[in-house]
Design a protein around this ligand. Structure first.
Ligand code: FAD
Length: 473
């Protein structure tokens, strides 16, 4: 998403000499790697679209993953992006030498560039759980982001570890296909009820005939999600209470068995963890062939999963829906900035970046969807579009010859971090739950202000926050 976007926007701004490095053999990132049953976006598709490439063709309010992948590939084709992509080669090192970034790939290719835009993704490196005996399992075991499609599921006994959005989507998609579905839950989740209706042929035709309707749908959704974002950053707002009420009512009205209902009831506030959106998870988990296991997993054995109560849950397939290493960002790439400082050292405690884009000491290197950026239940496409426009303004200063290196100052970074961590304590993510939003100190590592504030700050870089050094090239 972000790499394709960068290529399109760079070309639009008149830059022709750029390369997109993609270690895989095709485009699509998240939507290429994740192919699990039930995958869809959890932000309405008319919002989860590039603002310059709205499409009337989305099949559902929350389109399936395959369709999203095709969308990105289609937009890339339309904008002739592929000819700028170097496929199948991983960038392993970027080093700043004499004001230029020297790049090295796994295949030994070298390149010298003025500017690096890191569009390496947030939820990219699968997180594998540390469960004793996992390798001893006699059946098939795989991560949800590496789905093994040749493994038979129909009539199988399938276990799923995890209860995030992915596990919830897989549960709903598989329960009617498998003999038994066992969901291993460490933490209960709040579920926001959301129907996923299909767009009728008439609706799509109307969007085709009246592009202004499509634009309106996008803008209205964007506004609605800004309200949602405001709720998240103010744990006591009326909007937050509305979200909590909706989740609670969903649990109360959908789960019949009081004992199961209590096991599904989280002991923290809604949206403290990424809010899960599902029209049918509670139905799925109440099917006769489904079981929710809340006992702690103590190990995996050839025949299945052993829990703390001594029970062996016999399985044929074990799916690890255990998420991603969300603090990796550009790593494991080795990045060496000014005076030989390495990013690994700068980020030894935790990743950070000024406005989630720039790291002091690493001029001319900019991140899309970097650390502490807006995450939550809204479109990361909108985030990346705002960031690219911001970055292009910085790059324009290099192009004009004003300087050779541009980067955020240490002072700007320190001020931003102080304000951000202070604000983070007021968000709903800090109200007492474990989540991937929290850093090593338990402070939410996410944009703690409204989305409107993000938009405002992305409008143009504050000149005082940047140093522009070195003369004309
Ligand atoms: C299951 C799932 C569902 C999601 N649903 C939503 C949603 O509904 N709404 C939403 O806004 N977001 C959602 N997300 C987040 C999603 O990741 C982003 O929306 C978006 O797709 C990220 O795009 P990206 O280009 O930044 O990163 P990615 O899609 O992760 O792409 C990064 C690309 O960089 C390549 N790459 C990485 N490192 C290197 C390297 N060193 N050298 C060469 N190539 C490299 C990777 O191969 C990959 O193709 C979801 C994520 C997951 C995992």
């Amino acid at each position: 998403m972000a790499g394709i976007l960068s290529a399109i926007k760079l070309r639009e701004a008149g830059y022709d000499d750029f390369t997109v490095y993609e270690k895989a053999d095709s485009l699509g990132g998240t939507w290429r790697d994740n192919t699990y049953p039930g995958l869809s976006c959890d932000v309405p598709s008319h919002l989860y679209s590039y603002s310059f490439a709205l499409t009337p063709e989305w099949s559902h309010r929350f389109a399936p993953g395959r369709e999203i992948l095709e969308y990105f590939q289609h937009v890339a084709r339309e904008h002739d992006v592929e000819r700028c992509v170097r496929f199948g080669d991983e960038l392993i090192r970027c080093e700043l030498l004499d004001g230029r970034w020297h790049l090295e790939t796994a295949h030994g290719h070298h390149d010298d560039v003025d500017v690096v835009i890191a569009a390496t993704g947030v939820l990219h490196h699968p997180r594998f759980p540390d469960i004793p005996g996992l390798d001893d399992f006699a059946g098939a075991v795989f991560h949800s982001a590496r789905w093994e499609h040749d493994v038979a599921l129909d009539g199988a006994r399938v276990g799923i570890v995890g209860t995030g959005s992915t596990a919830v989507q897989i549960t709903s998609a598989l329960v009617d296909r498998v003999a038994r579905l066992t969901l291993f839950q460490r933490t209960a989740q709040w579920i926001m009820p959301q129907e996923n209706p299909e767009y009728s042929d008439e609706q799509k035709a109307s969007f085709r005939e009246h592009p202004e309707e499509l634009r309106r749908a996008h803008d209205q959704l964007s506004e609605a999600f800004s309200i949602f974002a405001r709720a998240i950053v103010d744990a006591d707002s009326p909007e937050m209470h509305m979200i909590e009420d909706a989740c609670r009512a969903n649990l109360e009205s959908s789960v019949r068995d009081p004992e199961l209902r209590e096991r599904l009831r989280p002991d923290y506030r809604a949206a403290c963890k990424r809010l899960i959106i599902s029209p049918d998870f509670y139905d799925a988990i109440q099917r006769p062939n489904a079981e929710l296991v809340t006992e702690k997993i103590v190990g995996v054995e050839p025949a299945g999963v052993r829990t703390a109560d001594g029970r062996l849950h016999e399985l044929d397939v074990l799916v690890l829906a255990t998420g991603f290493r969300a603090d990796a960002f550009m790593r494991p790439m080795v990045i060496v900035g000014r005076d030989g400082i390495s990013l690994d050292d700068v980020w030894a405690k935790r990743p950070s970046a000024y406005l989630s884009i720039c790291i002091p000491g690493f001029p001319n290197l900019f991140m899309l969807n970097g650390p502490n950026g807006p995450v939550g239940n809204f479109s990361l496409i909108e985030v990346a579009e705002l960031q690219v426009a911001y970055i292009l303004q910085l790059v324009a200063r290099l192009r004009s010859g004003e300087c050779r290196e541009i980067g955020a100052t240490h002072e700007a970074m320190a001020r931003f971090e102080a304000e951000r961590t202070e604000a983070a304590t007021k968000t709903v993510w800090a109200t007492g739950c474990q989540s991937w939003y929290l850093d090593d100190r338990g402070i939410p590592a996410a944009w703690p202000w409204s989305f409107d504030r993000f938009r405002e700050l992305m409008r143009e870089p504050d000149p005082a926050a940047f140093e522009c050094t070195g003369g004309e090239r």
